[in-house]
Write a protein that binds this ligand. Structure first.
Ligand SMILES: CC(C)(COP(=O)(O)OP(=O)(O)OC[C@H]1O[C@@H](n2cnc3c(N)ncnc32)[C@H](O)[C@@H]1OP(=O)(O)O)[C@@H](O)C(=O)NCCC(=O)NCCS
Length: 140
């Protein structure tokens, strides 16, 4: 029988496992992953969650709060475990934690080409905002 998913906050001891999961799951940004994971622990660390089965990290998700909106980033499930409901369990737990902190307005971004990711958020009850354009700028 498949072991249940155990969900908990990420700790400094999990950095390597999360970085490997990001690589396997296709959400890695390369060399900066480990420093991003470590830095995130200092900001809303309780909203940075992982899911493990039999002690193996198979899913993770980052929640952040900027004082205005909650945001979800880098939601990822190990490719070998897609379609088993793990993403749903993890995001539902993160949403519970947001709500417990009184944060009820959430946002996230998904690349347009990520049809699987978009279908996931649709299934999770999220609303796709058609009338917004996303801007970025790099300060040199
Ligand atoms: C997106 C992702 C996290 C989904 O995780 P998952 O554990 O496979 O998803 P679940 O099994 O919990 O599915 C939850 C719901 O989403 C739907 N769903 C998930 N992936 C889907 C897909 N590729 N196509 C269509 N529907 C999908 C499921 O059918 C399910 O619907 P239901 O609960 O109404 O039956 C996973 O595919 C992943 O890691 N993708 C790569 C990273 C990524 O793109 N992340 C999202 C961008 S932030």
């Amino acid at each position: 029988m498949t072991a249940p998913l155990e969900i908990r906050s990420v700790t400094a001891a999990d950095v390597e496992d999360i970085a490997l999961l990001w690589q396997r799951g296709g959400v890695s940004l390369g060399d900066q992953d480990r420093s991003e994971i470590t830095a995130k622990l200092d900001y809303d660390g309780d909203l940075f969650l992982l899911g493990e089965r039999d002690g193996i990290v198979v899913a993770s998700v980052m929640g952040t709060y900027d004082g205005h909106r909650g945001r979800i980033k880098r939601c990822v499930v190990d490719p070998d475990s897609h379609g088993e409901g793990l993403g749903r369990l993890l995001v539902e737990e993160l949403e519970r934690r947001f709500k417990a902190r009184g944060i009820t307005e959430l946002r996230l971004e998904v690349w347009a080409e990520n049809t699987g990711g978009r279908a996931f958020w649709d299934s999770m009850g999220w609303t796709h905002l058609e009338d917004i354009r996303y801007y970025s700028r790099t300060l040199s």
